[in-house]
Ligand binder design. Structure first.
Ligand SMILES: Cc1cc2nc3c(=O)[nH]c(=O)nc-3n(C[C@H](O)[C@H](O)[C@H](O)COP(=O)(O)OP(=O)(O)OC[C@H]3O[C@@H](n4cnc5c(N)ncnc54)[C@H](O)[C@@H]3O)c2cc1C
Length: 477
């Protein structure tokens, strides 16, 4: 095995260091894990628990991937993973193992009531909206706020009898676009645009996301609510969780190692990084999102559905601005601090992470779908300040009490992040049935994990589910 360490100085040195004083010679790597997000870190930990020698290679100069807290901002705003439900058995277990404290955060988001609805710059109460000429919803749905329509309809009219079997080939006829599904519920094109495309939860618009996927998500969410009402986040910032998990590892977690090639043979696997370093081990576990894996040279190449999915799986456009306020303008105009807008101001959510649960420590402003791309274009033209200025100007225009009281503190584009190129993976119509089961299949000595390969759970819990599956796969290979 020592020969496998050739050309990987830091790992060779680390292994030699660890072996100092021990009678046995340094051992080569059993497994290289690609990516230090939660799925990669958990995989490495589980394999180490079984006595394997593991190293983690991470492209960024930090661990955590899509868990990303701004630790230098008031209230530690979360740019990525927000919270886990009480049914997140794996997430809660990971936090306990890592020794980080979880706290209930859901109640903070319910303080202050629902966000105000701003259509075309005008603030409308639910009653005003129900009678408004711009309201495109069918009569029975007129009093629904735009953000409520899709989730309410899916929850009420889901066609899935057993959501856990969502990816079964028998469900192929259900794998139609959300657009087609919403049309069948009686929504017009204008209604679909407002209810979904202005701020889509999944996909860029209703045409490019599978209704079946939303039904699966609905089943997962309902199961989580059934487990309990709490939303849990890490006290002091979610980023503390992957940081603590990385510290628990015996092997190296090497940062700044952008993977550019993976080569497998009958006997081993070699990974090449952009800085020219090469690492060899018995097996490789890849947690890279397909959005970035598609830029990695894989030899021998993947095939079939898996190859197509790596090349084409879409990722959610999402950009986030974090704003702070110099004075409580919401007390001045006596309106809800939160805002749902159909314009450049996106969706504004107050963050109540001050000294008391009521205190607003800042505002998370999100743009999804086409609006996320528009914000990012403003960044390309004039930097983050340009986008932040446009967002603040829009809020001030529709909410005069905010004038001069908002500051742009941070901007984060998940599409613009080199090591994610989008938020979560989603399925386009026709992509689900018969595909899901193929995504995480091993290709020789190359194995896969990551949220996009989870078949049962979603989000962080799905990422952890995938790490359990892949660890068992490697151990039994
Ligand atoms: C804004 C946002 C909000 C969210 N909110 C929630 C929530 O409330 N609840 C929930 O359950 N989930 C939520 N999620 C989802 C959750 O954060 C993810 O599902 C989970 O963190 C994904 O973990 P992962 O290990 O699969 O992927 P990642 O965290 O993306 O890990 C992959 C790692 O690979 C690295 N990498 C990529 N390319 C390369 C390369 N070429 N070379 C080397 N390294 C590379 C990346 O830097 C990254 O560290 C949210 C995500 C976002 C973005």
């Amino acid at each position: 095995m020592a020969g496998l360490m050739a050309g990987m100085p830091s790992l060779a040195q680390a292994a030699a260091k660890k072996a100092a004083g021990k009678p046995s010679a340094p051992r080569g790597l059993d497994v290289i894990v690609l990516g230090a997000g939660i799925s990669g870190l958990n995989t490495a930990w589980m394999l180490e628990q079984q006595g394997l020698n593991v190293a983690v290679l991470e492209g960024r100069n930090r661990v955590g991937g899509r868990i990303m807290t701004l630790l230098d901002q008031p209230g530690y705003p979360e740019m990525g993973f927000n919270s886990m439900a009480e049914g997140y058995g794996r997430g809660i277990d990971a936090a306990n193992r890592a020794g980080v404290a979880l706290e209930e955060v859901g109640a903070r988001y319910r303080i202050g009531g629902a966000p105000g609805l701003y259509i075309n710059g005008q603030l409308l109460s639910r009653e005003e909206w129900a009678r408004h000429p711009a309201n495109p919803f069918p009569d029975a749905m007129k009093s629904m706020m735009p953000a409520e329509v899709v989730s309410t309809l899916i929850a009420k009219h889901t066609r899935l009898k057993d959501w856990t079997q969502w990816a079964d080939a028998a469900n192929a006829p259900l794998d139609i676009s959300l657009y087609e599904w919403l049309k069948a519920q009686g929504l017009s094109d204008q209604a679909i645009h407002l209810a979904n495309d202005v701020s889509p939860y999944y996909g860029s618009n209703a045409y490019d996301v599978s209704a079946l996927m939303l039904e699966y998500n609905d089943g997962f969410v309902k199961a989580q609510f059934a487990a309990g009402p709490k939303s849990l986040a890490v006290k002091g910032g979610n980023l503390l969780l992957p940081q603590a998990m990385a510290k628990q590892l015996k092997g190296d977690v090497l940062l700044g190692k952008e993977v550019v090639a993976i080569e497998t043979t009958a006997t081993n696997a070699t990974v090449t990084c952009a800085d020219g370093s090469r690492f060899t081990a018995g097996r490789v576990v890849c947690s890279l999102p397909f959005s970035t894996l598609r830029h990695v040279h894989i030899m021998p190449g993947l095939s079939g559905v898996q190859a197509r999915s790596v090349a084409t799986m879409p990722y959610q456009p999402l950009s986030i601005a974090f704003l702070t306020a110099t004075s409580p303008f919401w007390e001045e105009d006596k309106q809800s601090a939160g805002m749902w807008t159909d314009g450049v101001a996106g969706v504004v959510t107050p963050q109540r992470f001050g000294k008391t649960p009521e205190e607003i420590s800042g505002f998370m402003v999100q743009a999804r779908g086409a609006m996320a791309h528009y914000w990012d274009a403003l960044v390309s033209q004039g930097g983050k300040e340009n986008a932040l200025a446009a967002i603040i100007a829009q809020i001030e225009a529709i909410r005069p009490a905010a004038k001069g009281k908002l500051r742009g503190a941070a901007y984060f584009s998940w599409v613009g992040e080199r090591f994610n190129q989008g938020d979560w993976a989603y399925f386009s119509p026709g992509q689900v049935a018969g595909v899901m089961g193929e995504l995480g299949k091993p290709a020789g000595r190359l194995h896969f994990c990551g949220e996009h390969t989870a078949t049962g759970a979603r989000g962080l819990e799905g990422a952890l589910e995938s790490s359990e599956r892949v660890a068992l796969e490697v151990l039994s290979a």
